[in-house]
Ligand binder design. Structure first.
Ligand code: COA
Length: 173
């Protein structure tokens, strides 16, 4: 397959409908599009990136803010979800480029940890691991829950309860 030229940038005000369409096409339903709408509405969004081909939005990546509770302290973290590439543009490196750009951005603004629920065969290549998520309490704890620590080691004693933004609870209902 020939090399595809694409760009990555922050989502802008008038990208909403194009992002929505990519989410529906990639996931085959409205669940993730509704999740993104609710995360926006309730102001949980930390970073929202799009990939473009010939100026058209063909992929989207969102980071929202989550909280890590432990006695007497609350730490901030990020959730990577959803990640969506229009089926017509999948397997061309766009998803990987979006994840790498998103992690670079998170690191640059001092974020310390990112969680993702997804295929370890895919997310492992970016440094996510189930091992890094181990020890955190979370309603979504399972082998698909992975984390990447962006800033040194996350101290074992600080492995508290990871609480995703409320709109995630509606996904899959
Ligand atoms: C999963 C998804 C985001 C990947 O994006 P993409 O642009 O197609 O992926 P890339 O081209 O960056 O893929 C790079 C590699 O990941 C692999 N890969 C792609 N999708 C994969 C998947 N679902 N599971 C495991 N590996 C996958 C590719 O085979 C490729 O491997 P290679 O480099 O060894 O050939 C995209 O396929 C998608 O939007 N799928 C539907 C929605 C979805 O499932 N999102 C993820 C939710 S956690």
């Amino acid at each position: 397959m020939s090399e595809l030229s694409f760009g990555i940038r922050d989502e802008m005000g008038d990208d909403g409908a194009a992002v929505d369409a990519v989410l529906v096409r990639a996931f085959g339903g409205r669940g993730e599009a509704e999740l993104v709408a609710a995360l926006r509405r309730e102001r949980h969004v930390a970073v929202s990136l799009v990939a473009t081909v010939d100026r058209a939005v063909v992929a989207h990546l969102l980071f929202s803010r989550l909280q890590i509770f432990r006695p007497g302290n609350v730490d901030a973290g990020l959730s990577l979800a959803p990640l969506a590439v229009d089926p017509a543009f999948q397997r061309r490196g766009i998803g990987s480029a979006l994840v790498r750009a998103g992690l670079d951005r998170a690191r640059a603004v001092g974020e310390r940890i990112v969680f993702v629920l997804g295929d370890p065969g895919y997310y492992g290549r970016f440094g996510f691991s189930a091992e890094a998520a181990m020890g955190f309490e979370c309603v979504y704890a399972c082998e698909a829950l992975q984390a990447i620590v962006l800033d040194g080691d996350w101290p074992g004693a600080a492995k508290g309860k990871v609480v995703y933004p409320p709109p995630f609870a509606a996904l899959g209902e």
